[in-house]
Design a protein around this ligand. Structure first.
Ligand SMILES: *Cc1c(COP(=O)(O)O)cnc(C)c1O
Length: 430
């Protein structure tokens, strides 16, 4: 594949942006080579500046559950644009999206829209601290919750890719309020509550951790987190920025039937435009300004164009059979690849949860914590990645990133992907 135009654009971008990008993992440092500059996307495919087309499983890192340039989403946005772009005053669009969400998710009663997942989580943490009057938070190694200071400790693929556990520029006083524990370890949580019995405001977890591989947790462990937080009058935050509207409309909370105290959303909620949200009970949400004393605001919060995109996308997600169809396609991809892998006895595993998938170059059957991931497999992933790219399959450029199947992926595209993956595995592993 010729990627000369992308290469020239990237060289130019290097003169404008640190590392040539506006979000680190896009720089392709992990897998090597030059990132394709994307010119357009339609359905399940994207086309780069040199005219190469790829079947896309990054899907903008999850938001595009309907695929690229979905006609309903585009129409909804166009209609909203006709009326103006932003007012900084309430619009009916906000009511409509809120109603769509609150009337279909039984775990929450009130919601606040913000402009990114990071902002949602940052605000949820402030709310948890405001409600409990406590300072410390517990997070888990391998869970990513955006780039707010207190959450940027052992935080997932972006950092894992660069071999650093935490970011510079975070005051020790802030980092000290974050207790980082391994996933899937009940005793570690109990110990933390023993060490700080009256100072843990909340536990925050990705209930389906999908930012550092796909670290599927046990039901019993998530239920334990619910119980232990209740027992210590601490709050449980489910960060559903990826899993929300992805593994079912009610996300992980719905899948596990666990009622967290606060849920954060992002990605899918905005239909490809910048939207985040945090939501909870009436009781907890009344702590937020202007009703309560926890301050949080946003110039572009609830932006009508972004709301319009979210409304169209979530409406499509509510159609019956929507999630079953996504899961079926994902399972088909896995089955085709794994049939071959099992025949050949390759050290390779394909994990899925709904329409989320992740591949590991090792024999390990169950991977529940960041420490379970065999980092030596990443070299093989990189070879695999570049083979896929050369053959028109685009994944997020890191072996720690998950892939997403969208409603736009056709049976034919899934089959072609499986064939290319199989050839790639033969190339890399035999
Ligand atoms: C993507 C993500 C975030 C951050 O969202 P941004 O919109 O990138 O700020 C937070 N939490 C989880 C679980 C995510 O996957």
């Amino acid at each position: 594949m010729n990627r000369e135009k992308s290469k020239a654009l990237f060289d130019e971008a290097l003169t404008y942006f640190p590392g040539g990008v506006n979000s680190p993992v896009r720089a392709f440092q992990s897998v090597g080579g030059t990132p394709p500059f994307i010119e357009s996307g339609k359905g399940a495919t994207i086309t780069d500046a040199d005219g190469n087309t790829y079947i896309d499983y990054c899907c903008s890192w999850g938001p595009l559950i309907l695929g690229h340039s979905n006609p309903q989403v585009k129409e909804s946005i166009s209609n909203a644009i006709e009326k103006g772009l932003s007012f900084g005053a309430p619009t009916e669009y906000e009511n409509e999206l809120a109603k769509l969400i609150l009337s279909n998710i039984s775990f929450i009663e009130k919601i606040r829209f913000v402009s990114s997942g990071t902002e949602a989580v940052m605000s949820a943490i402030r709310l948890a601290r405001g409600v409990t009057n406590r300072n410390k938070i517990i997070k888990f190694e391998g869970c990513y919750h955006g780039h707010a200071d207190s959450l940027l400790v052992k935080a997932g693929s972006g950092l894992a890719t660069f071999g650093i556990s935490s970011s510079a520029g975070i005051p020790e006083s802030v980092a000290n309020e974050t207790v980082v524990l391994p996933l899937n370890d009940e005793n570690a949580v109990k110990e933390a509550f023993q060490n700080y019995p009256d100072d843990i405001a909340c536990i925050i977890i990705e209930p389906i951790p999908a930012n550092n591989g796909l670290l599927i947790q046990k039901d019993s462990y998530l239920n334990f987190l619910r119980d232990v937080t209740t027992k210590h009058s601490s709050l449980l935050i489910f960060d559903e920025v990826i899993s929300g509207f992805r593994v079912g409309f009610e996300g992980a909370a719905g899948h596990y039937n666990i009622v967290p105290d606060i849920i954060t959303y992002g990605k899918i909620i905005g239909g490809g435009l910048p939207v985040g949200a945090y939501a909870s009970s009436n009781e907890i949400m009344k702590k937020i300004a202007p009703e309560g004393d926890v301050y949080q605001a946003g110039t572009l919060s609830g932006n009508p164009i972004a709301m319009a995109a979210g409304i169209a996308q979530l409406t499509a997600c509510l159609q019956s059979g929507f999630y079953e169809s996504l899961e079926k396609k994902t399972t088909a991809l896995k089955t085709s690849v794994m049939d071959h892998v099992e025949n050949k006895g390759y050290p390779f595993r394909f994990f899925t949860f709904g329409s989320i998938f992740w591949m590991s170059f090792s024999d390990t059957e169950v991977i529940r914590s960041a420490g379970d991931i065999d980092a030596t497999g990443m070299e093989k992933f990189n070879l695999f990645y570049n083979y896929l790219l050369e053959n028109g399959i685009y994944l997020g450029p890191s072996g720690y990133e998950v892939g997403f199947v969208s409603a736009a992926h056709s049976k034919k595209e899934i089959e072609r992907t499986a064939q290319v993956m199989i050839s790639a595995l033969d190339e890399v592993l035999s």
